[in-house]
Write a protein that binds this ligand. Structure first.
Ligand SMILES: Cc1ncc(COP(=O)(O)O)c(C=O)c1O
Length: 440
């Protein structure tokens, strides 16, 4: 059995997270319940940061908050001196509400509206990651109208697609994000921005994939981006000071996943940047990264109560839980795999295999196929591990199921950080329809 972060099992056979008994947490806060091990989040942040510090390289580690965005996690991220990647007015607003230092916020997205960009200027955001030519025009217009300088990074697609253990170089990439490096779009974007009175082109950004277990693709991306920046220096004498290599560092969802330590990804990146800049005679830029899942993914565990159990003779056994695709869409959306444990019988012998089914009206609402567990019965508590990233943040009210509560646990102290939605919340935005009003 593999346990994450601070997890242990107590003498009663209960799963303990952050020093708190999961059985007690479920009794107090109900299920489904997202439980975050905050010490693990802090450790991960430090692991990335310390590697840069030991190498004495300028850096920013930005938490890619699309993975899990709430006021409380932004506050912890600020305590850990992380920067922040936001992708919408909603995430930016949440960060401002959390008191996150705005100068450390980076604004992403492939279709930022003028209102969103205006908000970024108003709050004095640290940098806008400009994605396309339309956005260049919007940012220029706002900067000129407001007479306000703005730092920008140009997001490029370097023609590398990285997934898990493999990557492919695709030349021109079919992506909705960014300026293509090879077909001249990145050059045009640079030409349109680097002499602008208010825009400061800090450098280039790329994000090459997710769940990456290898450093090769990051190294190749770093080389390509540095070559491009060195080319611009040679042509027009402009020096970019930032190289942002995005996120995508893999984590262990199941025993098949073999991620590298954060330090290994960072060490290899630094090494490559040092070599590539030496070759091209370019000053070493600051290296920025944007981990999402590798900071918060395995810090999160979802607790569910098991309800109905259905056995199809000679075929399989289903155990249904009180949540499902409404709080974790990833298995249904792209076949994501998870591991689990019966949290109130954590020491019991594993004897069975179940399909863990959700309660939504979709046959595809299955959280785990082939979950190896001890025999379960209605009322048992199932912990599904590694749900901290893209779980709550992608949750929906499908079937009008209220979204779960979220708690943080640290040093044995649980804190409610997102209240469970109620049925009243579900109809809060609804308005009655009147046939009479139509007829008038
Ligand atoms: C631009 C960008 N940066 C960072 C991330 C975070 O990726 P991960 O959670 O895999 O680290 C994403 C994820 O989609 C992204 O699009």
């Amino acid at each position: 059995m593999y346990l994450y972060g601070t997890q242990t099992i107590n003498e009663q056979g209960h799963l303990i997270i952050g020093g708190a008994d999961s059985v007690e947490l479920a009794k107090t806060y109900g299920t489904p319940l997202f439980v975050y091990d905050i010490q693990l989040f802090r450790e991960r942040a430090k692991a990335f940061q310390q590697t840069f510090e030991q190498a004495e390289i300028g850096y920013q580690v930005a938490y890619a908050s699309k993975a899990f965005s709430t006021v409380a996690i932004y506050q912890v991220a600020a305590e850990e001196n992380l920067s922040l990647d936001v992708v919408s007015a909603g995430e930016l607003y949440t960060a401002v509400q959390a008191g996150f230092p705005v100068e450390k916020i980076h604004f992403h997205g492939n279709n930022k509206s003028i209102e969103e960009l205006q908000m970024a200027f108003e709050v004095g955001i640290g940098c806008i990651v400009v994605d396309n030519f339309h956005e260049i025009e919007l940012v220029k217009k706002l900067a000129e109208q407001l007479e306000q300088p703005m730092n920008i990074l140009l997001r490029v697609t370097p023609g590398i697609e990285a997934h898990t253990h493999d990557y492919i170089t695709t030349g021109q990439e079919d992506s909705k994000f960014g300026f293509d490096l090879k077909n001249g779009q990145a050059d045009r974007a640079f030409q349109q921005t680097y002499t602008h009175d208010y825009l400061k082109v800090m450098g280039l950004h790329c994000h090459i994939g997710s769940q990456i277990f290898d450093t090769g693709a990051f190294q190749l991306a770093a080389e390509k981006l540095i070559q491009k920046m060195a080319g611009w220096k040679k042509e027009v004498g402009y020096v970019c000071t930032v190289l942002n290599l995005g996120g995508g560092f893999g984590i262990r969802y199941t025993r098949e996943d073999k991620p590298l330590e954060p330090a290994v990804y960072v060490e290899q990146m630094i090494e490559t940047v040092k070599q590539a800049t030496k070759i091209s005679g370019y000053p070493i830029p600051e290296i920025w990264i944007e981990p999402g899942r590798s900071l918060i993914g395995d810090a999160g565990t979802t607790l569910y109560t098991i309800g109905s159990i259905k056995e199809i003779p000679d075929t399989k056994k289903y155990a249904a839980v009180d949540g499902g695709m409404s709080d974790n869409i990833r298995p249904a959306l792209y076949g994501a795999k998870y591991s689990s444990l019966v949290a109130n019988k954590a020491n019991a012998e594993v004897t069975e295999q179940y399909t863990i089914a959700g309660k939504c009206c979709e046959s595809g609402d299955k959280l785990i196929e082939h979950a190896e567990l001890t025999a379960v019965e209605a009322g048992d508590l199932l912990s599904v591990f590694c749900t901290g990233a893209y779980g709550y943040s992608m949750a929906s009210n499908y079937n009008r199921i209220a979204r779960p509560a979220v708690i943080f646990v640290e040093d044995g102290v649980p804190q409610l950080v997102v209240k469970r939605e109620t049925n009243e919340d579900l109809v809060k935005q609804d308005l009655p329809y009147s046939r009479k009003a139509v007829k008038k």
